[in-house]
Design a binder for this molecule. Structure first.
Ligand code: NAD
Length: 381
């Protein structure tokens, strides 16, 4: 098995999760990280040998096999292109880019130069979502009629909650949908094999003005500030959206996405009704999958590799009763991506690559277009 040298750009909330997951693979050494300033201290804190304040210097000096991009969305395009131009495989955080045009360019470049790429749509990798996929593929669920659910958080509930995600220049012109709705719809399309063909989106920004801290803070760091530490900022992206979908098999769906739903820290819900049974999954109880039936009793499947489908078993590391969750999905995603890099296999589609990143950007663009026009739109119109 090849030993990989990896670099990570951006060591905030998710960069740290990448470093941890890569170490769990066993065949990847994180040789360096880059940030904006004083990065050697961050490198030391994560037991990484070298820290660079400039990602280009890091890539040119370290020449890693793979780079992980874990910075605000607006920087993904330049970083991914710089790495690919040097033949470095890229694992990029979602959303792939700030704009649809950038995503098209990255996907086209990766395809033309046969570069294995990954996007960290990690939700596909929950064992019970793999079980949903396997049950749909085997015909156990029957024809899919409806899909509904959503993604709820409360970390932007107060008008003093602030992050770079609220600034379209850094984040893009969709917030709730691009940030977390993109996870939900990637999970749905990947598990069901269906494609959204048209949609209707309804947006709301409840905090039209927020009070931005005058000192920089990192996501979820929970620093306490005083009133004089804030400035007022108008907000132009959605706190909330509901989207109605029509899928390519005739199925219908809805999702409700909110970053201001008090008490829900990070809840992903997925309900699928088929012609034979229904399925329901809740990320806050992620090791269970509910099966609903009309003619007999309902069931709950535990995350136990001895009873799961081979597909779900392959993305499970521990026996039944041993909870697996968010960090484990990173490990499973990276395991698949690094296996594809080792094999030079650009055809593998169980993990999200830049094509899938582009697909989510197309969906985001359609969601924004529909909300603005207040009508149904076709995806990719
Ligand atoms: N897959 C997931 O579940 C998940 C979860 C959270 C965030 N994300 C994505 O990860 C990315 C980062 O989000 P986060 O929550 O970690 O943000 P964060 O604010 O916690 O961290 C971002 C880090 O990037 C650094 N940075 C900014 N510009 C840089 C540059 N030019 N070079 C090097 N470092 C730079 C910042 O200093 C900071 O340390 C976003 O694209 C976000 O959508 C994905």
């Amino acid at each position: 098995m090849k030993k990989f040298r990896a670099c990570v750009i951006g060591v905030g909330f998710i960069g740290a999760a990448h470093i941890e997951a890569l170490r769990r693979l066993g065949n990847v050494e994180v040789v360096a990280v880059s940030g904006t300033s004083n990065t050697q201290a961050k490198a030391n804190a994560h037991f990484v040998p070298k820290g660079y304040d400039d990602y280009k210097a890091m890539l040119d000096t370290e020449k890693p096999d793979v780079v992980h991009i874990c910075t605000p969305n607006a920087s993904h395009f330049d970083m991914a292109m710089y790495a690919m131009e040097r033949g470095i495989s890229v694992v990029c955080e979602k959303p792939l880019t700030k704009t649809l045009d950038e995503a098209k360019k990255l996907a086209a470049y990766a395809k033309k130069h046969n570069i294995v790429t990954g996007v960290n749509f990690n939700c596909r990798w929950y064992p019970q979502i793999m079980q949903v996929k396997a049950m749909i593929q085997s015909g156990e669920v029957g024809a899919i009629h409806t899909i509904h659910g959503g993604y709820l958080q409360d970390w932007l509930f107060f008008d003093t909650d602030y992050s770079w995600r609220l600034e379209p220049e850094l984040s893009g012109n969709s917030r709730a949908f691009a940030d977390i709705g993109s996870h939900w719809i990637d999970m749905v399309e990947s598990a069901t094999g269906l494609r959204v063909v048209e949609l209707l989106a309804d947006f709301e920004t409840f905090h039209k003005i927020r009070r931005k801290p005058l000192k920089p803070i990192e996501t979820f760091s929970g620093m306490a500030l005083r009133p004089e530490d804030y400035e007022e900022k108008p907000i132009h992206t959605e706190d909330y959206c509901t989207v109605v979908f029509r899928f390519n098999n005739g199925a219908h769906g809805t999702c409700t996405i909110s970053q201001v739903f008090a008490g829900r820290k990070n809840q992903i819900l997925l309900s699928i009704s088929g012609s034979k049974c229904s399925l329901h999954w809740d990320s806050e109880d992620s090791n269970e999958l509910w099966i609903g039936r009309r003619e007999t009793y309902n069931q709950k499947i535990a995350k136990d590799p001895s009873i799961l489908s081979p597909l779900a078993r392959a993305s499970t590391s521990y026996p039944g009763g041993h909870v697996e969750g968010f960090p484990d999905t990173f490990k499973q995603n990276f395991k698949a991506i690094y296996a594809a890099i080792e094999a030079g296999d650009t055809s593998r589609r169980d993990f999200a690559n830049f094509e899938d990143g582009l697909r989510e950007m197309e969906l985001c663009e359609a969601v924004v277009r529909s909300a603005k026009k207040d009508r149904w739109v076709k995806v990719g119109e």
